[in-house]
Design a protein around this ligand. Structure first.
Ligand SMILES: *[C@@H]1O[C@H](CO)[C@@H](O)[C@H](O)[C@H]1NC(C)=O
Length: 146
C-alpha cells in the first residue's frame, strides 16, 4: 500500500514537471518596436497599454523609435493597444493581440509611415526585410478599453 502511494506521488511530481516544461515552451518573448517614419518633420506620439502594463507616452521625433518586450504564452494572454497622435491625426491600433499575432511575429517591428492612404502602421516582413505588411487603423467606433 505504502509503495503504491509512493508511486502516485512520483507520478504526480513527474506530471507537474512535465506541465511546467510545457508552459515554458509555450511562452515566447515578444519584442515590439515602433518607428516614426511619418516624414515632413512630424512628431509622433504613441501610447501603448495592456491590461497590466502601461508603456507610457512616447514622443518620437522624426525617425525616432521606442521598444518594449513581454512574454506571451499559454497562461499569459497579452494584448497591447496603442494610440497614435501627430499634427492633424489621432488613431488607435491594436499593435499586438495574441489571437492574431502569436504566430505572426516575435520581432514585431512597426513603422508609421505616410502611404498613398495617409499615415499607416506597417510591420516588418522578416522574409523581405521590408516594412511591407501595412494594416488599416482600428475603425473609429473601436475605441480602446483603457
Ligand atoms: C512577406 O513577404 C513575402 C515575400 O514577398 C510574402 O510572400 C509574404 O506573404 C509576406 N508576409 C506577410 C505576412 O504578408
Amino acid at each position: 500500500m505504502g509503495s503504491l502511494f509512493g508511486i502516485r506521488v512520483v507520478m504526480l511530481m513527474l506530471l507537474l514537471l512535465f506541465l511546467t516544461m510545457e508552459c515554458d515552451a509555450a511562452s515566447r518573448k515578444k519584442h515590439v518596436r515602433v518607428t516614426n517614419e511619418l516624414g515632413g518633420g512630424l512628431t509622433l506620439k504613441v501610447h501603448c497599454k495592456s491590461e497590466d502594463d502601461d508603456i507610457g507616452l512616447q514622443v518620437l521625433p522624426p525617425n525616432g523609435f521606442f521598444e518594449f518586450s513581454f512574454s506571451s504564452g499559454l497562461f499569459e494572454i497579452t494584448d497591447f493597444y496603442c494610440s497614435f497622435q501627430w499634427p492633424g491625426g489621432f488613431k488607435w491600433y491594436d499593435i499586438y493581440e495574441d489571437g492574431k499575432d502569436y504566430r505572426e511575429c516575435d520581432k514585431c517591428w512597426w513603422v508609421v509611415r505616410t502611404t498613398e492612404y495617409g499615415p499607416q502602421p506597417c510591420r516588418l516582413n522578416l522574409s523581405t526585410g521590408k516594412y511591407d505588411i501595412c494594416k488599416p487603423w482600428n475603425p473609429k467606433w473601436a475605441m480602446s478599453f483603457y
